[in-house]
Design a protein around this ligand. Structure first.
Ligand code: ATP
Length: 349
């Protein structure tokens, strides 16, 4: 049982604010992902929970107990880092066993615990090998097993997949998802990869410059991004965003006219997802512009046009073909549009 409560937690170094007013309760057994670009404060937040970094503001509670002044070793959290930090002179078995020795766990239980943890990450056949004799993915699994073996109340994972190649990332990601389900331990996972966040999380926290932008389920942040930053960070490709003006419910920008919107007159940022729009008959769509790029994706053809300074994409049928420079018409019905305040970027509809 481990509920983590962060109450207005902040981290300052002099006048620099690394994390500002982080306020969230993470439920027991929840898989929470901290997502955001480099430097947004994800690692710092996690290090404060682990006790490796002191919170300069606010309270951190684990199961109702304030842990701000508690040593990292007393917090019952296990961390997995992007650099696996294995002991090169110990074999896999000894590496996994190490935390049990350090914590003074009864030696009679070690063998069973090590074997159970290594089986969970499918390392049973590699126990005698040294880290140098393993692939990157296998090393990362040793690091995972070393965290599992302690049977902690909380897992903290800091970009554990970032040193793996693309294919291995996908399979190890699936393994982490499966493990978290099996172990049912509260997990906080840091990444800048939105696909990892979407696939792993119960809830995602999107951060920017130390400030939480949105907290929600993957579906919530995908379907209803709170602002243009979240909209542009989630999804592949990211949401199309166009700056223009609204008058009488009609949005206009160069080559664009979309009517029937419930938005006040004035500047507006209008967003839509590439997969929600479609190619229309010539002149029938709301965007009419020359094709800038065309990418064959196998299951679809991605067509991009320029609207003002922005590139706007639409996912067309896989058989769609046209010439670059040829004018294309894109259907953007008002029902697929996301509306953001033209000045602040906050969602208004
Ligand atoms: P990344 O994805 O690159 O790891 P992050 O979101 O995890 O980024 P943090 O490592 O939490 O970011 O850093 C947040 C901000 O705090 C960054 O701007 C960083 O430069 C700054 N920072 C981190 N540690 C210190 C420190 N010891 N002193 C001053 N500033 C720091």
């Amino acid at each position: 049982m481990a509920e983590i409560r962060l109450q207005n937690v902040g981290k300052r170094w002099g006048s620099f604010v690394g994390v500002d007013n982080f306020d969230l309760t993470i439920a027991d057994k929840e898989f929470l992902v901290l997502l955001g670009p480099s430097g947004c404060g994800k690692t710092t937040t996690m290090r404060m929970i682990a006790g490796l970094e002191e919170a300069t503001e606010g309270d951190i509670l684990i199961d109702g107990q304030r842990v701000n002044d508690m040593e990292p070793k007393d917090r019952d959290v296990a961390m997995v880092f992007q650099s696996y930090a294995l002991y090169p002179n110990m074999n896999v078995y000894e590496n996994i066993r190490f935390p049990l020795k350090v914590r003074g766990i009864d030696p009679k239980t070690h063998d069973e615990k090590v074997r159970r943890a290594s089986a969970m990450v499918e390392l049973d056949d590699f126990l005698h090998r040294k880290p140098a004799e393993l692939s990157g993915g296998q090393r990362q699994r040793v690091a995972l097993a070393r965290a599992i073996v302690r049977e902690p109340n909380v897992f903290l994972m800091d970009e554990p997949l970032s040193n793996l190649d693309a294919k291995l990332r996908v399979s190890t990601r699936a393994q982490i998802k499966n493990l978290s389900h099996e172990l049912a331990v509260t997990t906080i996972y840091v990444t800048h990869d939105q696909i990892e966040a979407m696939t792993l999380a119960d809830r995602v926290v999107v951060m920017k410059k130390g400030v939480v932008q949105q907290v929600g389920s993957p579906t919530e942040i995908y379907d209803s991004p709170a602002n243009t930053f979240v909209a542009s960070f989630i999804g592949n490709p990211a949401m199309n965003l166009m700056d223009g003006q609204v008058q009488g419910g009609t949005f206009r920008a160069k080559n664009v006219e979309i009517s029937g919107l419930n938005a006040p007159d004035g500047p507006l940022t209008l967003g839509f997802r590439a997969e929600d729009a479609s190619i229309a008959a010539p002149g029938e769509g709301q965007i009419n512009a020359p094709i800038y790029t065309m990418e064959l994706l196998g299951d679809a053809t991605m067509i991009s046009v320029r609207v003002g300074g922005a590139l706007v994409s639409v996912k067309a049928d896989k058989t769609f073909r046209a010439e670059i420079g040829q004018t294309v018409s894109i259907a953007v019905p008002q029902g697929i549009c996301h509306l953001f305040d033209g000045q602040t970027g906050a969602r208004i509809g």
